[in-house]
Design a protein around this ligand. Structure first.
Ligand SMILES: [Fe+2]
Ligand SMILES: [Fe+2]
Length: 315
């Protein structure tokens, strides 16, 4: 799918960083300032998260910081190429439950994400805050509103009826397996204890992949992104390819924010990445204490769910 983008203009990482040095404006995730077109009109980005630190500041001396680092240690040691194959096979069966998208939004309220240094609120508020912020700035892209609403639904994997997976198998930034762990990955040092680290098939730059192979051919660490992608795809969603791409790769920070692993992208991935980068701003900045009135916006989202999904999905 070719996407024509009217706004905002995406600039390279170095452009972002130079700009940040000059203007000292709000810096997010990975040292990126918010482009003016996003931080201005309508969408007011908070400068600090619920814990009083700047967003995704993994080095902040916060209570949360140590547990986040411990989380990444476990994730980096345990997520291996073989582990992901097993999880994909198991969860592709979609034999755990039948429910609607909205029912899953409500179910997600029971979940807290330990890996996230910014968020200590019910998940449904994060879903609605990001969806409503996107809706305000891109009123005609209804698929993007719905994508924002459902992007984190895969976190139900933490609940007992979905296998009660440990946090390291559900949340946190994701990364490719089957090739070398790029240093752009958060807390990279812990990969040294990953069994794949010393596997000669997996520890070269491209590993088992090749330039332009397409992200669809690359195994990414298992978590809520890939699970929700499987659920949406196997239940026959009519969301466009960019929506599925956002759901599947929104935690792939080393790629969409640090520009690592870019050699694997094909032409369709490159188009979809533009939308993912737009979405990411809303995923980060909508994490705030401004609550959305659920009952008020519910009819709108139910109409989108009806447009793009069957009434009941297999999970
Ligand atoms: Fe997520
Ligand atoms: Fe999110």
């Amino acid at each position: 799918m070719t996407i024509l983008m009217e706004k905002p203009e995406l600039v390279s990482q170095s452009d972002f960083q130079n700009h940040a040095d000059e203007s000292k404006e709000l810096v997010l995730d990975g040292g990126f300032p918010v482009p003016k077109s996003l931080s201005g009109e309508g969408f007011l980005a908070p400068e600090i998260n619920s814990f009083g630190n700047s967003f995704r500041d993994y080095n902040a001396e916060s209570e949360r910081q140590k547990s986040v680092e411990e989380f990444y240690k476990q994730q980096h040691v345990n997520q291996t190429y073989d582990f992901v194959q097993k999880m994909r096979e198991e969860y592709s069966k979609l034999n755990r439950m039948e429910m609607s998208i909205w029912e899953c939004c409500e179910l997600l309220n029971e979940v807290v994400d330990d890996s996230d240094p910014d968020l200590d609120e019910p998940q449904i508020q994060h879903l609605l805050q990001s969806a409503e912020a996107v809706r305000k700035d891109y009123p005609n892209e209804d698929w993007l509103h719905l994508t924002a609403l459902i992007h984190d639904l895969g976190k139900v994997l933490l609940l007992p009826k979905f296998g009660g997976l440990p946090q390291w198998a559900v949340v946190g930034d994701t990364f490719p397996l089957g090739c070398a762990f790029d240093e752009a990955n958060i807390h990279h040092k812990y990969f040294k204890e990953n069994p794949d680290y010393n596997n000669p098939s997996y520890n070269t730059k491209n590993g088992i992949y090749w330039d332009g192979c397409g992200l669809d051919n690359v195994t990414i660490s298992w978590g809520h992104d890939d699970y929700m992608y499987l659920v949406a795809k196997e239940n026959g969603t009519t969301l466009p390819s960019a929506g599925l791409f956002i759901i599947r790769y929104h935690s792939l920070y080393p790629l969409h924010t640090e520009e690592a692993y870019m050699q694997f992208l094909n032409d369709e991935d490159k188009e979809n990445l533009k939308w993912l980068r737009i979405f990411n701003k809303y995923d980060l900045y909508s994490k705030s204490k401004v609550a959305v009135d659920v009952e008020k916006v519910k009819p709108y989202y139910l109409s989108l769910i009806e447009k793009y999904f069957p009434a009941k999905l297999k999970w």
